[in-house]
Each structure stands twice: as structure tokens, then as C-alpha cells.
Design a protein around this ligand. Structure first.
Ligand code: ADP
Ligand code: F6P
Length: 322
């Protein structure tokens, strides 16, 4: 006997590649289990506007390979208020919906938590390129974003090597350095500046100068946006070494394009898992994957915990990029 009969799914906050694959998994898994399923357009904003439609098998066809989200996404100020949250719960109840899957980052999770306190069963799926959600090794979209950064650095290296130049590359991640860390290790970046690790720009500039004199005539300095602007880092490097790095800000390109197979597989697993947990009567949980195992964690705990930074991986990246 299922604890829910009708569920809904929405995407919220910044989009990420693989959100469509997650929506597809939620819809098809719900239908497979004999549940009715609704898609909410534009996140919590669409919920307040009662912008919902019933989903069928065909409504999620041909989307597993697409970036963005067919449900679209939004940031909704009204939903931050108790009145907005109350109205959101009322809209769901009016449509007979007793379970909601929220695909988004930690802000979206907090919204789901509030709805659960108002009697709606909720499950959060980690949809963000930032990989900043604890209790999951990876978030949906992170793998694709890292691949985009690695591809960009490969291209930059070609021209930087020809000209014996250095490059500062600024990447996204909000307060989390994971995109810079993984892309830096995978592309052999000489310096990786992340908010989790203090650094001395004088030392970095000096090392770049020495490297240049010793025959290593180009280098990549990867800067996570949580550290500051790439332009400012480049200016400091010039001030301390005389080297004039070219600056590339990758920006929203990191959030688009076809999801990698890793993101599609993760999204499919987590989407199905979230529906299974709702059916079992679970609520106010975030779904994740830890060492290959699907897990749920209380949303309260997830939003009050900072994701641990992988210092071993960071030290490895620095050791190998001599
Ligand atoms: P993300 O989910 O990517 O972290 P945001 O922080 O912008 O993105 O959150 C997305 C939306 O979730 C917000 O626009 C708001 O509607 C809702 N939200 C965020 N924080 C809360 C909160 N504390 N309580 C209720 N809803 C929230
Ligand atoms: O959370 C995803 C993210 O792309 C962050 O990496 C970045 O800081 C932020 O969203 C950008 O937000 P916006 O799309 O509103 O410019």
C-alpha cells in the first residue's frame, strides 16, 4: 500500500545538466508504480501560480539528453514567507497531491522542508553544478560542468603553449571549490585557488616566474568564483611577477549542454529512489549517493552541514602539477 497516490515534481534554483533526466526518472518511476504525477512549471513560483500539468509517459520523451529543464526554474521570494509556503501547501492539497520531489540546491531543499512541516511529503534531489550539497558524493550536473571546464582548459592550453603565455580561468561553484578542484586535477592546472584553502598570491606569482625561467613557459591558474574575480587575481600576478596572464571567465556555459552519462545515470537512479521513498512514506529527506550506495538524509541535517572539502584530492592535484 503506497503512502502517496499523487505526486508532483519541480526544478528550482540554478538549473543543471541532468535535471531533465531526473524529471524523466521521477515521472516514469511514478507511473510504473501506478501513481499519478504532475509537473510544476518554474519551481516554487509556478506552484504559487498553480502552474501544474499532469505528466504521462510521452511528456518526458526525448529529454534525457538535453541540458536545462523542461519544467523551467525560478527563484521565488514569496515562497520565503510563511504565507507563501502555506499557499504552496494549499495548492498541492487542492490538486490532491500528497508528495513532492524538489530538484535543486540547498535553498530549494529548505523550501521542501517547510512544505513537509505543512503536511506534504517531500524528497530533495541534489540538482546543482556546484557539488556543494553534503551527504552525497556528487550532485546532478557537476560531472558535466567539470567536463566543460576541462574541455575549455584543453583549448586554452593549445593557444597558451603557442604563445608561451599563462591563463587565469575563473569557474563557478558559488562558495564551493569542487568544480575548480576536479577540473584542475583533470586538466593539470598548475594552481587551483578555492575558498576552502588559504593561498598566498605572491608565492604563486613567484613560482610562475621561476617555472618560466626554468622552461615551463605556460601555466593555468584555476580560480573558483568563491575566491574572487579572475581579473583581480591576474592583476595581482602581474604586480608580483610581471607576467600578464590572459583571463577567461567561463560563466554560464558551465551550466548548459548535454549531460554526461554519469549525470544521466545519477539522475535516473536518484529520481527513481525518491519516488520509492515517497511511496514508503518517507518525507523531509534529501536523496544522495555515498560510495555507490543510494541514501537519504534529513533535510534539516543537510542544510545545516557544510560539505567537507577533499584535501587529499587537492594535495594530489598540486603534487602532480609540478
Ligand atoms: P538553490 O536551490 O540552487 O540553492 P536558491 O537558494 O535560489 O537556489 O533557492 C531556490 C528557491 O528556494 C528560492 O527562490 C526560494 O523560493 C526557495 N527557498 C530558498 N531558501 C528558502 C527558505 N529558507 N525557506 C523557504 N524557501 C526557500
Ligand atoms: O548554483 C549554480 C550557480 O551557477 C553558481 O555556480 C553561481 O554562483 C550561480 O549559480 C549563478 O547564478 P545566476 O544563474 O543567478 O547568475
Amino acid at each position: 500500500m503506497s503512502a502517496v497516490k499523487k505526486i508532483a515534481v519541480l526544478t528550482s534554483g540554478g538549473d543543471s545538466q541532468g535535471m531533465n533526466a531526473a524529471v524523466r526518472a521521477v515521472v516514469r518511476s511514478a507511473l510504473y508504480r501506478g501513481l499519478e504525477v504532475f509537473g510544476v512549471q518554474r519551481g516554487y513560483q509556478g506552484l504559487l501560480n498553480e502552474d501544474l500539468r499532469q505528466m504521462d509517459l510521452r511528456s518526458v520523451g526525448d529529454i534525457i539528453q538535453r541540458g536545462g529543464t523542461i519544467l523551467q526554474t525560478a527563484r521565488c521570494k514569496e515562497f520565503l514567507t510563511p504565507e507563501g509556503q502555506q499557499r504552496g501547501a494549499e495548492v498541492l492539497r487542492k490538486h490532491g497531491i500528497d508528495g513532492l520531489v524538489v530538484i535543486g540546491g540547498d535553498g530549494s531543499y529548505q523550501g521542501a522542508n517547510k512544505l513537509s512541516k505543512l503536511g506534504i511529503k517531500t524528497m530533495g534531489l541534489p540538482g546543482t553544478i556546484d557539488n556543494d550539497i553534503p551527504f552525497t558524493d556528487f550532485t546532478i550536473g557537476f560531472d558535466t560542468a567539470v567536463s566543460i571546464v576541462v574541455d575549455a582548459i584543453n583549448k586554452l592550453r593549445d593557444t597558451m603553449t603557442s604563445h608561451e603565455r599563462s591563463s587565469v580561468v575563473e569557474v563557478m561553484g558559488r562558495h564551493c571549490g569542487d568544480i575548480a578542484l576536479y577540473a584542475g586535477l583533470a586538466s593539470g592546472a598548475e594552481s587551483i585557488l578555492v575558498p576552502e584553502v588559504p593561498f598566498d598570491i605572491r608565492e604563486i606569482s613567484q613560482r610562475m616566474k621561476e617555472n618560466f625561467q626554468n622552461g615551463k613557459r605556460h601555466s593555468i591558474v584555476l580560480v573558483a568564483e568563491g575566491v574572487g574575480r579572475g581579473e583581480d587575481i591576474a592583476r595581482d600576478i602581474t604586480a608580483h611577477s610581471g607576467i600578464e596572464p590572459r583571463v577567461t571567465v567561463l560563466g554560464h556555459i558551465q551550466r548548459g549542454g548535454a549531460p554526461t552519462h554519469n549525470d544521466r545515470v545519477l539522475a535516473s537512479q536518484l529520481g527513481d529512489f525518491a519516488v520509492q521513498k515517497l511511496e514508503e512514506g518517507d518525507s523531509a529527506k534529501a536523496c544522495g549517493i555515498l560510495r555507490g550506495e543510494l541514501v537519504t538524509t534529513d533535510i534539516d541535517k543537510v542544510v545545516s552541514t557544510k560539505k567537507a572539502f577533499n584535501m587529499d584530492l587537492y594535495n594530489l592535484a598540486i603534487r602532480l602539477a609540478q
